[in-house]
Design a protein around this ligand. Structure first.
Ligand SMILES: Cc1ncc(COP(=O)(O)O)c(C=O)c1O
Length: 378
């Protein structure tokens, strides 16, 4: 099999058969001419079911994650929703992380629960606690690693063993790490989820999501539901994500380089009480992260010693760091999770500390990133 960068640029992306176009065209079409009734060309009949631009993205992401099938959706949440509706029935139970993207928590606790699905939030860092949370009616264990926004690390191999013993699926949200830094299917996970809005797209210009699976039968069931539910990625969005994937490796290298310098600055800063980054030897998940990640990514969170108002003030003072939600783009972003991305988790087991600031460290000139953070910290 080719190397990662080669797959990112070529998998699913042979030159266009009609014109030889080197870059996969945006097939802006809803339907396809048939050569006689049922005479489909290359299997295409209607673009909710399949579209060649989306197919290219689906094949590429499957090749990058080492899966047998990829499926692309209109958003990360659409991917998650389709997965839950494919594998769960009323009466089923899921184990979710007690530290996760707020939207995932909201989908399970506010939407799936209304359809008769129960859930338990367990600490993803503790394999024994996740094992204890599994019930006879459990159908899947969901984890993110590293988590959003606390950057906790889940032991994918350990959790895969729990899932295997219990006969349930292990789902890993790989949005923060990307397939360049971590490949959960090779570690025993059954399904990988991405918000491709983030590093896969990489340029803050598209919202999308994907699922990748290692089992062809599960892939077929998901494809059935992808078509039945219809929350698919449009061809232009699929094309943007596909273009983003081509440079994922070089962008991630620079995100990691810059994040490491940011971590150094934060570690020395007297107003910062704690830096959360899996690359730090003192991070509780560091040893596991070293085993399952090649580097530690571009996301850095930290806590302000003086509390919530100080954290909000840092966010407001930043200039090069744009104050905004989302992450994983080329530009640096800063946010206050408690009042922004994770506001929906307030009052729940997933509430995040008020003194927390989250950074998505971009790929601008690192001296400029450090200077802006320095002035924002005061
Ligand atoms: C880790 C993680 N998973 C899933 C999602 C949801 O993805 P989307 O916003 O593309 O629907 C997000 C969004 O922030 C996320 O950070």
């Amino acid at each position: 099999m080719h190397g990662f960068e080669t797959r990112a640029i070529h998998a699913g992306q042979d030159p266009d058969p009609t014109t030889g176009a080197v870059i996969t065209p945006i097939y802006a079409t809803s339907t396809y001419a048939q050569d006689g009734v049922g005479g489909l060309r290359e299997g295409y009949e209607y673009s909710r079911t399949a579209n060649p631009t989306r197919t290219a993205l689906e094949e590429c992401i499957a090749a990058l994650e080492g899966g047998v099938r990829g499926l692309a959706f209109a958003s990360g949440m659409a991917a998650e929703d389709t997965l839950l509706r494919t594998v769960l029935n009323p009466g089923d139970h899921v184990v979710i992380p007690n530290d996760a993207y707020g939207g995932t928590f909201r989908l399970v606790s506010k939407v799936a629960e209304r359809w008769g699905v129960s859930w338990t939030a367990a600490p993803v860092t503790d394999v024994a606690a996740v094992r204890a949370a599994v019930r006879p009616e459990t159908k899947l264990i969901w984890v993110e690693t590293p988590t959003n926004p606390l950057l906790s690390v889940a032991d994918i191999t350990g959790l895969a063993a729990v899932a295997r013993d219990a006969g349930v699926l292990l789902v890993v949200d790989n949005t923060f790490a990307t397939p360049y830094l971590q490949q959960p299917l090779a570690l025993g996970a059954d399904v990988v989820v991405h918000s491709t809005t983030k590093y896969c797209g990489g340029h803050s210009d598209v919202v999308g999501g994907v699922l990748v699976v290692s089992d062809a039968a599960l892939g077929d069931e998901l494809a059935y539901h992808q078509n039945a539910i219809g929350a698919v990625a449009g061809p232009f969005d699929a094309w943007l994500v596909l273009r983003g994937l081509k440079t994922l490796a070089v962008r991630m290298d620079r995100h990691c380089d810059n994040a490491e310098r940011v971590v150094e600055l934060l570690e020395r800063h007297p107003r910062v009480s704690q830096v959360l980054y899996p690359g730090l030897p003192g991070h509780p998940g560091h040893d596991v992260a070293v085993k399952q990640m090649s580097r530690f990514g571009g996301m850095v969170s930290f806590r302000m010693a003086e509390g919530e108002q100080a954290a909000v003030d840092v966010c407001n003072r930043a200039k090069l760091f744009t104050l905004g939600e989302s992450l994983g783009g080329i530009e640096s972003l800063i946010e206050h999770p408690g009042r922004m991305t994770h506001a929906s988790a307030a009052g729940s087991a997933l509430e995040v500390p008020g003194d927390l600031v989250r950074l998505s460290v971009g790929i601008e000139t690192v001296e400029d990133i450090l200077a802006d953070l320095g002035q924002a910290l005061g």
